[in-house]
Design a protein around this ligand. Structure first.
Ligand SMILES: Nc1ncnc2c1ncn2[C@@H]1O[C@H](COP(=O)(O)OP(=O)(O)O)[C@@H](O)[C@H]1O
Ligand SMILES: [Mg+2]
Length: 615
């Protein structure tokens, strides 16, 4: 019970603290306005009571009349003010909370948290994605809720002043009805929150139907109807549970409201009776009667209350995400439900500047993706000599991309270690100017097509050198993307998306050249010493590939380069080649050595050569 009570006190404090964090002055103004507008009605009750009393007794009614007029005037002024400030605070709170979430999600150098379904649930919940009502809206309603409390309590004080024993009766009635509705809505919300993943699946379908990227396949395969149908069904299935929960609490709410209505009628009757019996004056009875009705706001659990607790829930979710992404598991609360089976990749303090000078080594590495028990690698060994090029060959799903993700330290190995010149990768600082990520440049298999300017797509390779236009242009030229950029309507600044006005959509190969240029810019301007190319030329035509790749090797000579490719024309140029199969390096050597050995590599090479020969 003590815990519940403490939480009841803590929650509003946390809420106000979050609002104040967004904008202290504005929060104070909104709270102040709430108190003031809440006080207006009780003042009006007293003044109108005094007015009736004065008129009945033929006294001067000037003072109460002035007060009544002042209350009306104040209301006229305060309403739009409350509206304006409330809306402004709403936006600022949303912005502040979204920012916290972005920072928390970007904090770990790793990827496990990004892919954890429990974390994804929290992200949607923290943004109000389940209800399409952002937590910041609570800030808009804060003044209204405060006004209701002040008005209600003020009314009860007036009731107590004239008929003291009525106040506690009404108070209990209000509290019970409020608690019943609050509980009901809480239960409904718990049902909704429990269906977060189901809703996320349904929202995904919406994204597919609305997005530009999936539009080709949704049409050619005729998926539109199915998507809309499934979206509706998924949503309805969740809502059916929610509506059931709503129905279950409905009658309780009706009974509670009826009981409260009875209590209020009784209170009104008592006031009227006292007035008629001459115990209360006409003025006093007028004020008390209004106060009985005015106190009823204390019983009303409205959307505004619900939004405030919803905002409190969002704050809790952000706290959970922050905890999961910054603290190691023992420090984490066991009931947070996040990060089962993974540690956030954070920490490491040693500088990575200039590394590697000798070699990167996978030493007896075991790794399974979090939440997926089957290990991709177990006791895996590999040496990547510094300053040279290594090609990795292997079937789909052999784990080539996973190796590169481990090398980037997106995940830490479960056992064994990856060392850079003998230093454990986990003890290197992942971020910052001398961090490991700055040492690495990569073109991933699923490289990002930033729907931003062509320039930014390349300059992102070394953000702190973004201003060096010449270096950007050089990287573009070396990647053979200069012709692409030359054709763009607005040159460099053309947005690379048909979704923006004057934007363009590039072809797959053109995009790949830009991704290559980005990596080159990272190496040449950003000083990255390790270059990862995961199927970097898969979308290039044969001539383009030969041209680009040759130039690439030339330019990146001295850089530790790892290239994953199915094209032997690319692979054969590497200083050394490894074949990965079933989580092991099964062959290693130069192209000539591997051909001579007559193993897996030689077989694969001949197959491809034959096929191209036959063409
Ligand atoms: N994020 C992930 N979560 C769980 N399993 C994954 C993830 N990424 C890849 N895998 C699995 O790991 C295995 C190796 O994948 P990958 O390294 O991408 O193979 P390759 O690049 O050699 O084709 C595959 O079985 C794949 O399903
Ligand atoms: Mg791959």
């Amino acid at each position: 019970m003590g815990g519940v009570l403490a939480a009841r006190v803590r929650a509003p404090i946390a809420l106000v603290a979050a609002f104040a964090r967004a904008n202290t002055l504005l929060s104070a103004a909104v709270i102040g306005l709430g108190v003031l507008s809440g006080a207006l009605l009780p003042v009006f009750m007293l003044a109108s009571g005094a007015l009736v009393g004065a008129l009945g007794a033929s006294r001067s009614a000037l003072f109460p009349t002035v007060i009544v007029i002042a209350v009306f005037a104040a209301e006229r002024v305060m309403d739009p003010l409350r509206e304006e400030l409330g809306r402004s605070l709403w936006r600022q709170v949303d912005q502040s909370l979204t920012q916290r979430l972005m920072v928390a999600m970007s904090a770990p150098a790793g990827l496990a948290h990004v892919e954890d379904p429990a974390v994804r649930d929290r992200v949607v919940q923290a943004q109000g994605g389940l209800t399409d009502m952002t937590p910041g809206q609570a800030a808009y309603y804060l003044a209204q809720v405060i006004a209701m409390w002040v008005q209600g309590l003020g009314s009860l004080v007036i009731v107590a002043h004239f008929e003291w024993w009525l106040a506690p009766i009404l108070m209990v009635g209000y509290a019970v009805v409020f608690a019943v509705s609050r509980r009901h809505w809480h239960e409904v919300t718990v049902v909704l929150y429990g269906r977060t993943e189901a809703l996320r699946r349904s929202y995904y379908l919406r994204t597919v139907a609305l997005g530009a990227a999936p539009a080709k396949e949704t049409r050619v395969f005729g998926l539109a109807g199915w998507l809309v149908d499934r979206y509706r069904q998924g949503w309805l299935a969740v809502m059916a549970d929610v509506w059931r929960a709503r129905r279950e609490g409905w009658w309780t709410a009706v009974w509670a409201a009826l009981a409260l209505g009875g209590a209020e009628l009784f209170a009104l009757w008592s006031v009227v009776h006292a007035g008629l019996a001459g115990v209360l004056s006409l003025g006093a009875a007028t004020a008390a009667g209004q106060a009985v009705l005015g106190g009823a706001v204390l019983s009303q659990y409205q959307d505004s209350h619900w939004l405030l607790s919803e905002c409190g829930r969002a704050l809790g979710r952000i706290d959970e995400v922050e905890t999961a992404t910054t603290e190691s598991p023992p420090a984490r609360s066991p009931d947070a439900g996040l990060g089962v089976g993974w540690r956030p990749v954070v920490g490491g303090t040693e500088s990575a500047a200039g590394l590697p000078r000798q070699a990167i080594r996978f030493e007896q590495v075991r790794f399974a993706y979090p939440g997926h028990p089957a290990a991709v690698f177990d006791r895996f060994d590999l040496e990547i000599p510094a300053g040279r090029s290594l090609a990795i060959v292997g079937a789909n799903g052999a784990g080539k991309t996973t190796l590169m993700k481990l090398l980037c330290r997106f995940y830490d190995p479960d056992e064994g270690r990856i060392s850079v010149d003998g230093v454990d990768l986990a003890s290197l600082r992942p971020d910052g100017a001398d961090g490991w990520h700055r040492r690495v440049a990569a073109v991933f298999q699923d490289y990002v097509q930033f729907e931003l300017s062509a320039y930014d797509n390349v300059a992102f390779g070394a953000l702190d050198r973004r201003g060096e236009e010449r270096a950007v242009a050089e990287a573009v030229e070396l990647a053979g993307a200069d012709r692409v950029v030359g054709r763009l309507a607005e040159g460099w600044s053309t947005p690379l998306s048909a979704q923006f006005s004057s934007g363009t959509q590039l072809s797959g190969g053109e995009w790949q050249r830009l991704a290559l240029a980005r990596a080159l810019f990272a190496v040449r301007a950003g000083g990255a010493g390790v270059l990862i190319l995961d199927e970097p030329t898969a979308a290039l035509d044969v001539r383009g590939e030969a041209e680009v790749y040759e130039r690439f090797l030339e330019v990146t000579r001295g850089t530790t380069t790892i290239v994953i490719s199915h094209r032997f024309s690319t692979v054969r140029r590497a200083d050394s080649i490894v074949v990965v199969e079933h989580g092991r390096v099964v062959e290693a050597g130069t192209h000539a050595e591997l051909l001579a050995a007559g193993g897996v590599y030689a077989t694969m090479y001949r197959l491809q050569a034959e096929r191209f020969g036959a063409l």
